[in-house]
Design a protein around this ligand. Structure first.
Ligand SMILES: Cc1cc2nc3c(=O)[nH]c(=O)nc-3n(C[C@H](O)[C@H](O)[C@H](O)COP(=O)(O)OP(=O)(O)OC[C@H]3O[C@@H](n4cnc5c(N)ncnc54)[C@H](O)[C@@H]3O)c2cc1C
Length: 447
């Protein structure tokens, strides 16, 4: 009955690879219909039919059809979360961004890519508070999984959601906002409340960011001075492997104000400027530029919108660890550093401010995103993920909903104090289980 084929955790090397390379080389978007039903990484093939309705009425008719349905964004998640009998991609509905200057919001079609929205807003003197590393992901898909960028004061991208328009299980069109009961449960909704057609996000005046790369910070210094390092800029990323003594890179995205110096100095953190050739061996032009100041829309993401994203085939895993436990977490992970590095391309550490969204990784406390970009070999990845989860889950680490993880509902239940309320809310909105799938049942709800 539920749509989730046996490939959910194991196809990183499989039949999708050729297609994946093809579309990335072309620099385009993955086709959303037809035979290609793989996700972005090529490690999961959706079992259902992908449809692209051209009107809201069509979306409503699809949902009313009695089949199991789920929304599909830009396919950047690494697991079976979006899968269903019918996967609805809204790329043919108008993006149609509408700014409400009085409320300080923009409302946009949910399939809109963050990078496109960012450009639109900057041209109008506006900004979002933050962006993820990749500007190619959809607003609907990113906010449904608690996607985040970095910065001590920056909440998840979901935390900016002020309203949703969605097609619910009976095909009705519903508008909800912060005044709606249960709204905090619906935002990081994992697609379980319906097909979100439009999203309203808080905006602020536009701003400039300066991006600089450093190296030379020792692991010991990072752990000891974690707060100083992570507060060194508006958005900070530590990129590293685990077994060396020194971290690879520290990327600082500094808010440009009148007093921002021409050269950013990080010697107080034991850091020296990184030679630019070190930034990426293979495709340096994929990355947003360093050593320059530009609008937020260009420098908050790591990757450029107009190039093919990321370096190639990979599997990503991430745990949102309570900031209060991060030193323990990092020390323990360092003890198995060689095992992690055997399957690792790169780790990234980012800070995320607490929010009130029930299923957010940052629900009610500040967290650190401990991210692993692994090689695209699920056996090698799964050889080390249990050891990582053994360390991070007891410390309160919540797996990123859009990334690869092995924990199941019994492991996750204790990490989400509002999970029972979330389940009850889902039941209220979707008593027939139109938007449920095996992933939601096994990984989130349990039983
Ligand atoms: C290269 C790369 C870089 C990444 N960088 C980051 C990062 O910096 N920070 C971070 O936190 N994550 C990051 N991610 C993870 C990514 O942000 C999430 O997986 C996100 O969910 C992807 O959005 P999507 O549009 O591709 O969603 P999909 O993968 O298509 O769907 C994910 C979930 O969202 C639901 N969904 C999608 N659209 C809708 C809708 N309209 N209505 C209701 N539900 C919907 C789906 O049903 C599914 O449950 C990255 C992923 C990749 C591949």
């Amino acid at each position: 009955m539920d749509a989730e084929p046996a490939n959910s955790h194991n196809t990183a090397n499989s039949h999708n690879t050729a297609n994946g390379d093809g579309w990335r080389r072309a620099g385009g978007e993955r086709p959303t219909t037809g035979a290609d039903r793989a996700n972005w990484a090529g490690n999961y093939t959706y079992s259902g039919v992908i449809v692209e309705p051209e009107s809201l009425d069509e979306v409503r008719a699809i949902v009313r059809s009695g089949r199991r349905v789920r929304a599909l964004g830009t396919r950047h998640s690494f697991n079976a979360l979006p899968d269903s009998e019918t996967l609805v991609h809204l790329g043919r509905l108008p993006s149609d961004p509408v700014v409400d200057a009085e409320r300080g919001t923009v409302t946009v079609g949910s399939a809109t890519r963050y990078g496109d929205l960012a450009r639109f807003l900057h041209e109008r003197g506006l900004a979002l508070h933050n962006l993820g590393s990749l500007p190619h992901i959809s607003v609907g898909g990113a906010t449904a999984t608690g996607t985040h960028g970095s910065g001590d004061d920056n909440g998840t991208l979901s935390s900016a959601v002020a309203g949703l328009q969605l097609v619910t299980a009976d095909g009705d069109l519903l508008e909800v906002d912060r005044e709606t009961d249960g709204f905090d449960g619906m935002v990081v909704g994992l697609g379980a409340f319906g097909v979100v057609t439009r999203v309203t996000l808080e905006v602020r005046p536009t701003f400039d960011i300066r991006q600089d790369a450093f190296t030379g910070v020792s692991w010991d210094r990072l752990i000891e001075d974690f707060d100083a390092v992570m507060s060194a800029a508006y958005s900070v990323s530590v990129l590293t492997r685990w077994s060396a003594d020194v971290i690879d890179h520290l990327w600082l995205k500094t808010l440009v104000t009148e007093s921002t110096p021409d050269l950013i100095d990080a010697t107080h953190l034991g850091a020296v400027a990184a030679p630019t050739w070190e930034l990426s061996d293979e495709q340096p032009s994929n990355l947003t530029p360093f050593g320059v100041a530009r609008p937020w829309s260009e420098l908050l993401p790591h990757f450029r919108l107009d190039t093919t994203p990321s370096a190639g085939e990979e599997i990503q895993t991430e745990y949102l660890v309570p900031r209060s436990r991060i030193r323990e977490a990092l020390r323990s992970l360092r003890l198995i550093g060689a095992r992690i590095d055997a399957a690792l391309l790169i780790t990234e550490l980012r800070t995320v401010a607490a929010d009130r969204l029930w299923l957010s990784g940052a629900f009610e406390h500040d967290v650190v995103g401990v991210h692993f970009t692994f090689v695209p070999d699920v056996d090698r990845v799964n050889a080390v993920v249990p050891a990582i989860e053994e360390i991070l889950l007891p410390l309160g680490g919540r797996p990123h909903w859009g990334k690869h993880f092995l924990a199941t509902a019994p492991d996750l239940g204790p990490l989400y104090p509002r999970l029972e309320q979330w389940a009850a809310l889902v039941e209220t909105y979707d008593p027939r289980g139109v938007f449920r799938n095996r992933f939601i049942e096994e990984r989130v709800l349990g039983g």
